[in-house]
Design a protein around this ligand. Structure first.
Ligand SMILES: [Zn+2]
Length: 174
């Protein structure tokens, strides 16, 4: 069901045929239509504005410039935390500060950290030059991944979908 988005246009009639032939659930056909009704042009721009002004899933504030943030930090084991969250400007900055602190602390408490932390901060510095672009990318990817759900639930539920997206992003690091 989720893979239908990435299929080529000419593969869709074949897939639809197959669903009909095998007498599979008609809802599946509808879902594929929703999933592939991609947001483009003015509709995409409007959706982005709606997202920017929607309620933040962290602090509940509205109209506080919702953006996509890549939150990344290194931790004591050989793991790093990496997630693309969609939150308001102030929450994103807070999360970023926290990840700097966590990474810097690692540098104080382990030899391993001393070696890795400078590279982490150089990486963050380089990333800081393209924050706007990163935000655009994260939001566009979110819209693409949720095409069917946004179509199905309508724009009013967009903040619920963002909330869910943020939870999934945090969980994938556990
Ligand atoms: Zn917030």
């Amino acid at each position: 069901m989720n893979e239908s988005k990435s299929l080529r246009e000419d593969a869709i009639p074949i897939l639809e045929n197959e669903i009909q032939k095998r007498n599979l659930d008609k809802n599946l056909l509808n879902w594929i239509k929703l999933e592939r009704n991609f947001f483009k042009g003015a509709e995409l721009q409007n959706l982005k504005i709606l997202i920017r002004n929607s309620e933040c899933s962290e602090c509940g504030k509205k109209f506080n410039n919702i953006q996509g943030f890549n939150i990344h930090y290194i931790s004591i084991l050989d793991t790093s935390f990496d997630s693309n969250v969609i939150v308001c400007d102030s929450c994103g900055r807070k999360l970023r500060k926290k990840s700097y602190l966590k990474s810097a602390t690692l540098g104080f408490i382990s030899l391993y950290g001393i070696l890795r932390v400078p590279f982490y901060f150089i990486g963050e510095l380089i990333a800081s030059f393209s924050r706007k672009k990163t935000s655009e990318k994260i939001i566009e990817e979110f819209i693409f991944q949720n095409t069917g759900l946004i179509r199905e639930y309508g724009n009013d539920r967009i903040q619920d979908l963002i909330g869910q997206h943020n939870i999934q992003q945090a969980e994938q690091n556990e």
